[in-house]
Design a binder for this molecule. Structure first.
Ligand SMILES: *Cc1c(COP(=O)(O)O)cnc(C)c1O
Length: 389
């Protein structure tokens, strides 16, 4: 089947994944809102307890609704298996913890997602795991920072705020030559615009709270990778730390996936037009967007990504934090809120965080599904207000 046909199959109905709709004729996979599953005999129960990876025993393990989502995400990321967690952070933490022991070392791209930093800086040192942050724009920095005891490279391409890229193929090939595992956070691109496993990355993590669910009403995460690693994560970090997704949230993500392709096209196309339009405005000093010729790594973006998504950062032409604050307070369509990937447009100025080292005019946007002209008018009126004070 064509790639596009496969994509529709992964996003929409369950295709050849056998779906037990024979009796109910239900079009949509049912929501199994149950904590446990019953057995007819002690022998059946014993067999299940002896093989929890494959058996249906308890929802902090396997649940049929969650299983459908696992199969879809594995298909979308082109990996053998996927596990769904209660947040993106739970997925990343499980992936990282599955790869290290006391005394090991991790090399991580600098400025990853804040709670990825927290795990490396605040939590893992308690258990004797050290790390080095590197400028990921040059793949050789991963090699230079590697030591005898380096077990894992953590990547996030593009990363938030400045959208620096890492050459996933080059870094994964360095890792392979040293038997180091790679884990990439692919939340920005979604599986539609970048497939890290196709470039040699071992483990792919997602915040499903963002594009995968896409409606701003779920917090969840996913970890995708080879069956052998996923089976081990299932039997250890997944069941043992227990950061699972609720079946209802998995069911909502299945619903969200059906429009993933349409939503990604819409946010990408709006972002491309907004970026072009903002670059031409004299009140804007700089725009950061990986899918634009002004991005210093645009060539690499074209090599490993299919398109950009809906986040971009601008630097207003000001050094006055108050102007940036007035600008953001004046926006009406772009709501002041963290996260992204839903239908609604959002904004975060760097000055919202005390102690930020970014220039005071730095503002990160996420454009949602609204009309382009409406968003432009909103940006224009807020710029006019802020710059005329
Ligand atoms: C939001 C986000 C996360 C964390 O995901 P949660 O679902 O909020 O736990 C991780 N990485 C990136 C790039 C994110 O944007």
């Amino acid at each position: 089947m064509s790639d596009q046909g496969d994509l529709s199959k992964h996003l929409f109905l369950t295709g050849e994944q056998s779906w037990e709709s024979a009796e109910s004729r239900s079009m949509i996979p049912p929501l199994y809102a149950t904590s446990n599953f019953q057995y007819d005999s002690v022998a059946g129960m014993r067999a299940a307890l002896d093989d929890e990876v494959h058996s249906q025993l308890y929802t902090r393990g396997n649940n049929p609704t969650v299983r459908v989502l696992r199969a879809k995400l594995a298909a979308l990321e082109n990996t053998e298996d996927a596990l769904i967690f209660g947040s993106g952070v739970a997925a990343i933490a499980a992936g990282v913890l599955s790869q290290v022991n006391a005394g090991d070392h991790i090399v991580c791209v600098r400025n990853p997602y804040s709670w990825t930093s927290w795990l490396l800086e605040k939590w893992l040192p308690r258990f004797g795991v050290s790390h080095t942050f590197v400028d990921g724009r040059d793949p050789s920095n991963f090699e230079t920072a590697s030591k005898e005891n380096t077990r894992l490279y953590i990547l996030e391409s593009p990363n938030s705020f400045t959208f620096d890229l890492q050459d996933l193929e080059a870094v994964s090939s360095i890792a392979r030559s040293r038997s180091i595992t790679t884990l990439a956070d692919n939340s920005y691109c979604s599986p539609l615009y970048q497939k890290p496993a196709d470039l040699g990355i071992d483990l792919v993590a997602h915040s499903a709270s963002k594009y995968l669910n896409g409606h701003g009403d779920v917090v969840a995460g996913a970890l995708c990778g080879p069956k052998s690693v996923m089976d081990s994560v299932f039997g250890n970090e997944f069941q043992g730390l227990g950061g699972i997704v609720a079946p209802h949230d998995a069911w909502l993500i299945l619903r969200g996936l059906r429009t993933l392709e349409l939503r990604m096209e819409r946010v990408a196309s709006t972002a491309e037009k907004l970026v072009e339009w903002l670059l031409a405005d004299s009140r804007i000093r700089q725009v950061y967007y990986p899918w634009h010729s002004s991005h210093p790594q645009f060539e690499l973006a074209q090599k490993q990504m299919k398109r950009g998504s809906g986040q971009f950062t601008v630097e207003l032409d000001t050094d006055a934090p108050m102007l940036t604050e007035n600008f953001c307070d004046s926006l009406q369509q772009f709501r002041l809120a963290v996260s992204w990937g839903g239908f609604e447009s959002l904004v975060i100025p760097a000055i919202a965080k005390s102690g930020s080292t970014l220039p005071p005019g730095t503002v990160r946007f996420y454009n949602g599904l609204e009309d382009l002209a409406l968003l432009q008018a909103d940006l224009d009126q807020a710029l006019t207000r802020a710059f005329s004070r």
